[in-house]
Every structure is written in structure tokens, then in C-alpha cells.
Design a protein around this ligand. Structure first.
Ligand SMILES: C[S@@+](CC[C@H](N)C(=O)[O-])C[C@H]1O[C@@H](n2cnc3c(N)ncnc32)[C@H](O)[C@@H]1O
Length: 310
């Protein structure tokens, strides 16, 4: 499964995953961890963190043998919290259709890099460029298809806040190093983008509060300025939430006076229909009911669906 995901994206991790699948020593190390922690992504990121470089199978075996306790402790303490700023490019057309100014709440915000819509510049191809407020923040390149309502700019953002079970802090070097270890070898464009986004976030860090999207969202929503359009959004989050709890979350969001935007793998947003999709594709949804677009899980393309242009 992981090897399939890594195919075409990271030959190094594709081959490492294949080697691990036949390696008794690494497999028995993994088997001793709680089942939720037996993730290749988590193992490889933790090994990279300790080794200072992406592991190959020999380095991983040595690490397991010599520093298995340290590796296990790191895997127990950390989790996969990839924060991909490029997802802003796939969410922006949906945001820009709303009446501004906006108040943004991102649930599952990780380090808050996907809250900084207005900092980034955007390149949607065919000379459709949008300049961000921070010239040193990354330019997010996103190929578009379908009748996408490309925005002229980023709507004014009056207020923003993130909520996360385990927020990462962009001002802490260990958290930033962890974030960079979650990027797979071979994805140098993502590494560069992450570094530039972190540098921008460090100049003026976004607020990300510790809390659970199942219980702490209404209190945070109550802090948003009432004169702004409140948008509650999330990307790559609900897959980490148990199916029954996704339904609870959906009911909570529907009970708030807010626009709900989701950017998640097909099938994880309760009530959001998705009849056709490709592996690795997300569905951009509005209100938990209307699919707007198919999007690349890492934000590099989006395909707007017919009839959703208005
Ligand atoms: C893969 S990251 C996605 C980060 C960001 N949304 C993005 O698109 O780059 C998923 C995040 O969801 C958070 N998360 C998972 N379950 C949560 C919950 N019940 N409440 C709040 N945050 C949660 C995790 O801690 C993690 O930081």
C-alpha cells in the first residue's frame, strides 16, 4: 500500500518500503509498537530525524539494532502531521467566491501553514498570477482544469485560527525539523516550498490552538468576528478521525453559522457524494454536500466540476 503511494513520487521510499516488507528485524521492531504507530511514513520520518538524512534499508536496520528505544520513543511522541502549503492553491477558488472579509478556522491545522492564504503568491498557469503579501513566501503553482472560477486575488482575511490535537510550532526548530522529515526524498519542490513557507510563518506566526475538532470547535468559532464570513475548513484531516466521529464533527459544523469547506480523500466526509475519483485525489467539498472539484492531495492541480462555476 505505502509502496504504491510512493511509486512515481519517491523511488527511494518505494524501494525502502519493499525492503522493509521482507526484513524480519525491522518488522519485529514495528510489531512491538501500538498498531496505530506501525506506519511506514512515521517510521521513515523518525529514522530520517535521528539519522539526519533519509534512511536506506542498511541504515534503518542499524538504527533499529543500535537505537531501537530512541526510535520507538520518537515514533510514540510524534505523528504524521504533514503540512502542505500548496493545498491553499486548491482551496482558494472556493474561498474567493465567498463574501469578504473572511474569518478562517482550520481544524487539523498542524503548524498553520495552510492558514496563510494571503501570504503566498499563486500561479494557475496561462499567466493567471496572484501576488501574495510576502514576496519571500512561496509561489504555489497549480494546474487547473474544468470551469474553475479563478480568483482575481485573495479575499481579505479579517481573522484566522487553527485548531489541532497536537499543534506544531513554527518557531521551534525541532518541530520544523520534524515537518521537513515528513517530506519524502525526491520531492525537492515540496522541501523548498515548506522551507519558504516556514520562513514566512516565522515572521508572523499563525495562531494554532490545542484542541479536538470534535469538542473544541464551537468555543473557537464563538471568538470569530461576527462581521466577517466565518469559514471552517480542513484538508487531509478526517481520515485520521474514526468514521462515527466524522459524523459527529459534520453535525457540529452544520450547527454553526459558518461556511464549511473540506478537502479530503473521497468517502471520508459524511454526506459528500463522490462517484468517480483517482487514487491520491482529494475532493473539494462545500457544506459537506456539494463536491466542487477534484484536487491533487498535495495541491499541484485541481479539476473543477461542471456546473459548479457559479
Ligand atoms: C496530515 S495533517 C494536515 C495538516 C493541514 N491541514 C494540511 O493540509 O497541510 C492532519 C492534522 O490533523 C490533526 N488532527 C487529527 N485529528 C484531529 C482532531 N480530532 N482534532 C484536531 N486535529 C486533529 C493532526 O494532529 C494533524 O496535525
Amino acid at each position: 500500500m505505502f509502496g504504491r503511494e510512493a511509486r512515481g513520487r519517491s523511488p527511494a521510499y518505494e524501494s525502502l518500503a519493499a525492503s522493509v516488507a521482507g526484513d524480519e528485524q525491522v518488522l519485529s521492531f514495528l510489531a512491538a509498537l501500538p498498531s496505530a504507530k506501525r506506519q511506514p511514513n512515521l517510521l521513515f520520518a523518525a529514522a530520517r530525524y535521528l539519522l539526519g538524512a533519509p534512511p536506506d534499508i542498511a541504515a534503518l536496520r542499524t538504527l533499529v539494532r543500535r537505537s531501537g528505544t530512541e526510535l520507538a520513543q520518537l515514533m510514540l511522541a510524534r505523528r504524521t502531521q504533514t503540512n502542505e502549503p500548496a493545498r491553499c492553491a486548491t482551496l482558494l477558488p472556493a474561498l474567493a467566491r465567498l463574501p469578504g472579509p473572511l474569518a478562517l478556522i482550520e481544524v487539523g491545522a498542524s503548524a498553520g501553514l495552510t492558514l496563510l492564504f494571503d501570504r503566498y503568491s499563486y500561479d494557475y498557469g496561462d499567466h493567471h498570477l496572484i501576488a501574495g503579501s510576502d514576496a519571500d513566501a512561496p509561489t504555489l503553482r497549480c494546474a487547473v482544469g474544468g470551469p474553475v472560477p479563478l480568483p482575481a486575488g485573495v479575499p481579505p482575511i479579517a481573522w484566522r485560527a487553527g485548531l489541532d490535537l497536537h499543534p506544531l510550532d513554527v518557531t521551534r526548530d525541532d518541530d520544523v525539523r520534524w515537518l521537513s522529515c515528513l517530506v519524502w526524498p525526491g520531492e525537492s519542490d515540496r522541501e523548498d516550498r515548506l522551507a519558504a513557507a516556514v520562513a514566512s510563518a516565522r515572521r508572523d506566526p499563525p495562531p494554532v490552538y490545542r484542541g479536538d475538532l470534535l469538542t473544541d470547535l464551537p468555543a473557537l468559532a464563538a471568538q470569530a468576528p461576527t462581521e466577517a464570513t466565518l469559514v471552517i475548513f480542513h484538508s487531509a484531516v478526517l481520515a485520521y478521525v474514526a468514521p462515527a466521529d466524522r459524523e459527529r464533527f459534520a453535525q457540529t459544523v452544520r450547527g454553526l453559522t459558518a461556511v464549511w469547506l473540506s478537502n479530503e480523500a473521497p468517502g471520508v466526509v459524511p454526506g459528500l457524494p463522490c462517484t468517480r475519483f483517482r487514487e491520491g485525489t482529494f475532493v473539494l467539498g462545500h457544506g459537506g454536500r456539494t463536491p466542487l472539484a477534484f484536487t491533487d492531495g498535495h495541491g499541484t492541480w485541481l479539476h473543477w466540476l461542471e456546473g459548479r462555476a457559479g
